[in-house]
Design a protein around this ligand. Structure first.
Ligand SMILES: Cc1ncc(C[n+]2csc(CCOP(=O)(O)OP(=O)(O)O)c2C)c(N)n1
Length: 640
């Protein structure tokens, strides 16, 4: 890292508090530089963090989060907070194996309350801590939730806000309004914030102060509040604000880059012992032209190189996301009934390309996964073929809708789950390791996985044609394998695996991307004289029971591999199907993600940790074969 003289002196927020207010802008500048320098090397969230530097400094300047509570929503904007809570020396390890996480992480610091990465949780957890502290008699602890303008309209946030007004104590919701989601914010409330943001109040707070003072109501709780806060805060009170009707005292919008105003207002607001919403206007990506001009590209960029005012992303191969977008465009070209929906992730899921080709049939509903699922169920009922394009980890928000409006109703909604499996730098909060377990119990559901680009295309075509019930395909946060022109890819047939390589000593049944590692493992094992067959399992529901019968009856040991929790995953589907069909299961060994959390790091490290990279698969295959060949065990442990 380059030298950062002021940041170097900050070991805790107390060091920030010791600084003179006029020194803070220089510290803010260094923080932006340090974040940008690091993200350019490691990738990570950039624009959201650059936008909250002053806001974070002001919050730590006024509150004492060693004692008070700071709850982040999403948490992708926590880098400035990490820098001043003792983690600047570890910044170079951001998002790496054993390093600091890109999201709040209580294992790292007592300044972080929850490990978060999913939107909408900040207000509810803040209310919970506020209530808990109150019940414990710790009423002096202040509670603050920091929430973005696109996350505050998430259903969970609104459930929290609906309850917040009932709190009989201090709680502050800081609304960080930068007018952006990852891309453009969606929906009516985004339009509402647009209007509030340009209200003249924001332009000239001080001159309004006198007007407001003249209109002070006499007596009651409001008067007490007015008596406690300064002129500027009085001027910024907004009784017409939407969230005022939720029982929160609403203040703002205020300029989130004006440190003196922010500090003054936070000092005031801190004294109010009822729920308050401070509406703060910030600029996403502030500080660098490239990120403020294009906060979507620089929301969470891959590593990049800076050239003066601009920056160039370092490209690295063709992603499954890109392959999916191209395949979906093709499906939509051929079938006018196909529509696709994203919940606030057009860029991450590739739908920003699809929308250009099919603007009317591509929909972004904002961060509203449950709604995306039910809206898709409604469209299916109306005769459309909805493809819900979603990250595996965020699918979890749609569980109950799949239960009732999709599965029970028999609606042929198609789920296309990106980022299935371990996700690398984003770490535990974003791994998609439960989708098979979550979906397999739904009657009528078919579960598919794609190993490469041709199989992703074939899976989508199968799903397009399947109207008998819901279906879901999973694919990873990875590049599609290259140089696979020789690999055959016949059309998907329900419940049928596809053999990719022959062998007689052992069969590897891999589900989805691990097929590629299985083939690599096979090549290693072949050098050792072992003959291993590799199958692309293609379906976890239903599994290929005929293939299993054939292998088990021929005494061929089986290793199943998946980038999913072994509990409830593909291997579990295999074991259960064998059991139901009277097939012996002793010869089956399952490989997958363990029953513990895997944290941030390179995806390759995470796969290796779980033993599902090529080396791990080869190791387990050797073990299985060695056990079978052991003279002591021969006969007794063979699959029979
Ligand atoms: C449940 C859920 N869905 C989707 C996402 C992906 N996501 C991460 S940040 C983000 C945008 C958040 O916008 P906002 O809260 O306004 O914060 P900003 O990035 O603008 O600072 C989205 C959609 C998520 N984290 N959680």
């Amino acid at each position: 890292m380059r030298p950062y003289p002021l940041l170097d002196t900050i070991n805790s927020p107390h060091d920030v508090k010791r600084m003179l207010p006029e020194q803070l802008p220089d510290l803010a500048q260094e923080m932006r530089e340090a974040i940008c320098e690091q993200v350019s090397k490691s990738g990570g969230h950039l624009a959201p963090n650059l936008g909250v530097v002053e806001l974070t400094l002001a919050l730590h300047y006024v509150f004492d989060f060693g004692f008070d509570r700071l709850l982040f929503d999403v948490g992708h904007q926590c880098y400035p907070h990490k820098l001043i809570t003792g983690r600047f020396p570890q910044l170079e390890s951001l998002r790496t194996t054993g390093g600091i996480a890109g999201f709040p992480e209580p294992r790292e610091s007592a300044f972080d309350q929850f490990a978060v990465g999913h939107a909408g949780t900040g207000i509810s957890t803040a209310i919970g801590m506020a209530r808990g502290d109150q019940l414990n008699g710790e009423i002096d602890r202040k509670v603050v939730a920091l929430v973005g303008d696109s996350s505050i309209v998430n259903g969970l946030s609104l459930e929290g806000l609906n309850n917040a007004g009932t709190l009989q104590r201090q709680m502050l919701v800081v609304l960080n309004d930068n007018g952006m989601s990852i891309g453009m914010p969606q929906g009516a409330l985004a339009g509402y914030f647009d209007k509030v943001r340009i209200h003249p109040r924001f332009a000239d707070l001080k001159s309004r102060a006198m007007d407001v003072l003249k209109k002070l109501p006499a007596g009651g709780a409001l008067e007490q509040i007015y008596n406690r806060v300064g002129e500027m805060t009085k001027a910024a009170l907004d009784h017409t604000h939407l969230f005022d009707h939720f029982g929160l005292l609403c203040i703002g919008p205020v300029d989130g880059h004006d440190l003196p105003t922010l500090i003054e207002m936070l000092e005031d607001v801190k004294k109010i012992d009822s729920p308050v919403l401070l509406h703060v206007k910030t600029q996403k990506g502030k500080g660098f032209e490239f990120s403020s001009d294009d906060p979507t590209t620089f929301h969470s960029p891959k590593p990049f190189v800076r050239h003066g005012c601009s920056a160039e992303l370092i490209t690295s191969g063709r992603s499954f996301t890109k392959a999916y977008a191209d395949a979906l465009i093709d499906v939509m070209n051929r079938d006018p009934k196909v529509v696709t929906v994203t919940a606030g992730m057009p860029h991450g899921t590739g739908l920003s390309d699809v929308v250009k080709a099919h603007p009317k049939r591509t929909m972004d509903v904002g961060i509203a996964e449950s709604h995306a699922v039910d809206m898709s169920a409604g469209m299916a009922k109306a005769g459309m073929k909805p493809f819900v394009t979603i990250y595996s980890t965020f699918m979890q928000r749609g569980f109950d809708q799949i239960f009732q409006e999709v599965s029970l109703a028999g609606m042929p909604v198609r789920f296309c789950m990106d980022r299935a499996g371990v996700v690398g730098g984003d770490g535990a909060v974003h791994h998609g390791f439960l989708d098979i377990a979550m979906l397999r119990g739904f009657p009528g559901m078919s579960l598919l996985a794609a190993a490469d680009e041709p199989s992703l295309k074939a899976a989508l075509e199968f799903m397009r044609l399947r109207d008998e019930g819901p279906s879901a395909v999973r694919y990873p946060r990875d590049n599609v394998p290259e140089g696979i022109e020789d690999r055959e890819c016949p059309p998907f047939r329900l419940g049928k695996a596809h053999q990719l390589a022959e062998g007689s000593d052992l069969a590897i049944l891999a589900y989805g991307f691990p097929v590629n590692h299985a083939l690599e493992a096979r090549a290693k094992l072949a050098q050792e004289g072992l003959s291993v067959a590799v199958y692309d399992a293609r379906f976890a529901k239903p599994v290929d029971i005929e293939l299993l019968r054939e292998l088990i009856e021929a005494n061929v040991p089986i290793v199943t591999v998946e980038d999913h929790h072994t509990m409830g995953g593909f291997g579990a589907c295999v074991l259960e199907a064998c059991n139901e069909n009277g097939l012996a299961t002793q010869g089956i060994r399952r490989l997958g993600l363990p029953d513990r959390w895997i944290y941030q790091g390179a995806r390759g490290d995470q796969l290796a940790e779980a033993g599902i990279d090529a080396a791990g698969i080869a190791r387990t295959s050797r073990e299985v074969l060695a056990k079978l060949r052991s003279p002591r065990l021969t006969g007794s442990s063979q699959a029979s």
